[in-house]
Design a protein around this ligand. Structure first.
Ligand SMILES: NC(=O)c1ccc[n+]([C@@H]2O[C@H](COP(=O)([O-])OP(=O)(O)OC[C@H]3O[C@@H](n4cnc5c(N)ncnc54)[C@H](O)[C@@H]3O)[C@@H](O)[C@H]2O)c1
Length: 249
């Protein structure tokens, strides 16, 4: 796919990996719209990059997604590329043994992580693909997964959500391929972002870095480069592109 002039939605594009994807897409002269729930961040992005369209939307809320995508399609006609990047990194073990007994994983946070990291992908993709089909757009869906999809101890909800994202990628690639729509997942390993620093202690980060054959974390621009590569290669479909410095080999 030639990205110049293509209409691209990036969810969670205000900061972190999403912001890096936005910068790479600007360099490719795509027509970019960011869906994010961070209103202040959207304001800053809009001031810095006036060419980027900013939409306040909680992508884990179905009604908001329907409203925002409907308005988007009224303005832009269709979507060529959807990057489902918005999500939250969250760690909590199934049970924690403390002085006062055994503490169980909070079901409310389980639901919150599944809503942000998995339901959002289903909501956004169904709304965007319905329009792709009625407008005969041969588009691309890129789902941002994680190497944690393989099962990371201490991350029940996050790992389950990302494994779900990988499964949906395979299902949709098979369902939508005959209509010329590609569906891809990009699974970063541990990357230098604020969310990584917020979610993992310094000790865990040091230990994780030691396990990476390259002995370093990924850079957001390296993940964005991977997203651009799979978008541009028209034969890449249905697969999970792992970008983890060799962590999982
Ligand atoms: N940082 C890493 O090391 C890493 C590794 C593997 C996978 N990932 C995945 O990459 C994606 C981006 O992660 P990041 O590290 O850049 O996170 P981040 O917290 O830096 O950025 C996430 C962005 O998504 C937005 N967002 C979150 N929930 C939202 C919602 N419900 N609706 C709309 N916007 C929402 C936030 O406002 C923020 O702008 C996530 O899906 C994450 O699981 C990150």
């Amino acid at each position: 796919m030639e990205l110049r002039g293509k209409k691209v939605i990036v969810t969670g594009g205000v900061r972190g990996l999403g912001r890096s994807m936005v910068d790479s897409l600007i360099a490719k002269e795509a027509v970019i719209t960011v869906f994010d729930l961070n209103a202040a961040g959207l304001g800053d992005l809009s001031a810095e990059q006036p060419g980027v369209h900013c939409v306040e939307c909680d992508v884990s809320n179905y009604d908001e997604v329907v409203k925002a995508t409907t308005r988007y399609h009224e303005e832009f006609g269709a979507t060529d590329v959807l990057i489902n990047n918005a999500g939250i990194l969250y760690s909590e073990p199934l049970v924690r043994i403390s002085g006062s007994g055994v503490e169980m994983h909070d079901p409310a946070t389980w639901n919150k992580v599944l809503a942000a990291d998995l339901n959002s992908v289903f909501y956004m993709t169904s709304c965007v693909v319905a329009k792709m089909i009625t407008t005969r757009t041969r588009g691309v869906i890129v789902n941002i997964s994680s190497v944690s999809a393989g099962g990371n101890p201490g991350q029940s909800a996050y790992s389950a959500a990302k494994a779900g994202v990988n499964a949906l990628t395979a299902v949709w690639a098979k369902e939508l391929g005959p209509m010329g729509i590609r569906v891809i997942a990009v699974a970063p390993g541990f990357t230098e972002t604020d969310s990584t620093k917020e979610a993992l202690s310094e000790g865990v980060l040091r230990e994780t870095t030691r396990r990476v054959p390259l002995r370093r974390l990924g850079k957001p621009e390296e993940i964005a480069h991977g997203v651009i590569s799979v978008l541009e290669n028209d034969f890449f479909n249905g697969k999970v592109f792992e970008l983890d410095g060799g962590l999982i080999v």
